[in-house]
Design a protein around this ligand. Structure first.
Ligand code: GLU
Length: 341
């Protein structure tokens, strides 16, 4: 029974915030029927999208990511009424990678405010790859273009409060646990594997240190950054984090404000302008929702006032987005008219 796999955590609901699919539109249906239909639809769409993973390739520049199965595909939707549905390989754990950049940005924005944070990192999208150093040199004074590219994210992680690396890490993971409502941790193998091979990120750090964008010990920063990128979870947790952003920073489960409304708005704006690497423009046209992807194949979506989305499909396209995940989001956005534009 599909209802069994749809774990309904809360009370009965009268409206289903993800919107109506084409099929249910205009027809009076009970909430349970919509949940069942959503679950069925997700299963169908996952199987339709899965073949697109053959067009992508699993990231291998972080050696530990090479072992992921390219044809895995999972999705979860977490509604603002606290329902979650999932389909595909939803029990597979994956690391956040770049998705974590949204979370650290939220944390430092709440700690330091916009003026300070944006004195160190810009607000403009880029057409360059996520790990490019080019603009750091041509932009005067040197400043990473935005917090979603590696240089900008490293500068943001450098701002996390704490006297020691451990204190900073604990602060970050506690914040993430508040969002997921679950206890998550990081994958040590993936973190270590990235730390050993992160010479491009190392060079970005040294360049920024020379120009006063970051302070402190570069190796310590890389240890923290690689742990942050290696935070591991399943797609339901990721959808829950998206739901907090979709709900203006308020946890739909506890009703507690985890992120201020303003900071949640800034995060979602960056997700729209820079969240899907250097194809964010195309994604805005084809899908039209705030989303952030990572080289593990994860995508976190936050559909304002509706729901959070967590996707995992490790085969990536040429810029670093999940090939099958993109297709799946495109089909869902079309089905539920999710585009915010
Ligand atoms: N840890 C990865 C890196 O810094 C994250 C990149 C990504 O997911 O875009 O290369």
């Amino acid at each position: 029974c599909y209802l069994k796999v749809c774990h309904t955590k809360l009370k009965a609901f009268s409206t289903f915030s993800i919107g109506e699919s084409r099929e249910t539109k205009g027809r009076t249906k009970g909430a349970d029927t919509i949940v069942i239909r959503t679950q069925e639809l997700l299963e169908e769409l996952v199987e339709k999208a899965r073949p697109f993973s053959a067009e992508g390739k699993v990231a291998d520049y972080i050696p530990a990511l090479k072992d992921q199965n390219p044809s895995d595909l999972a999705i979860s939707i977490y509604t603002l009424e606290n329902h979650s549905c999932y389909a595909g390989d939803h029990l597979k754990k994956f690391t956040l990678q770049s998705i974590s950049k949204v979370i650290t940005l939220a944390l430092v924005l709440m700690d330091y405010g916009e003026d300070h944070v944006f004195s160190k990192v810009g607000m403009e999208p880029t057409g360059d790859p996520f790990n490019s150093i080019a603009k750091l040199e041509t932009h005067k004074p040197s400043k990473p273009l935005n917090p979603m590219i590696n240089a900008g994210a490293l500068a943001v992680t450098n701002m996390i409060k704490g006297n020691t690396g451990m204190e900073k890490w604990e602060r970050l993971i506690e914040f993430i646990n508040h969002m997921t409502g679950d206890k998550v941790s990081y994958n040590e193998d993936v973190a270590y594997s990235e730390l050993q091979t992160a010479n491009l990120n190392r060079s970005l750090c040294y360049y920024m240190k020379q120009h006063g964008v970051i302070t402190g010990n570069v190796e310590d920063l890389l240890v923290l950054y690689t742990k942050q990128c290696a935070v591991e979870m399943i797609c339901v947790d990721l959808a829950k984090m998206g739901a907090v952003l979709a709900n203006d920073g308020v946890d739909p489960e506890s009703g507690r404000e985890i992120i201020t409304r303003d900071v949640a708005r800034i995060c979602k704006t960056f997700m729209v302008t820079c969240g899907m690497y250097n194809t964010s423009g195309e994604f805005a046209i084809k899908v039209g929702i705030p989303a952030k992807s990572g080289v593990s194949g994860g995508i976190m979506g936050a559909i304002p006032g509706k729901c959070g989305i967590g996707i995992f499909g490790p085969a990536l396209d040429h810029v670093g987005n999940s090939s099958a995940g993109l297709k799946l989001l495109e089909m869902l956005s079309d089905e539920y008219s999710w585009s915010i534009f």
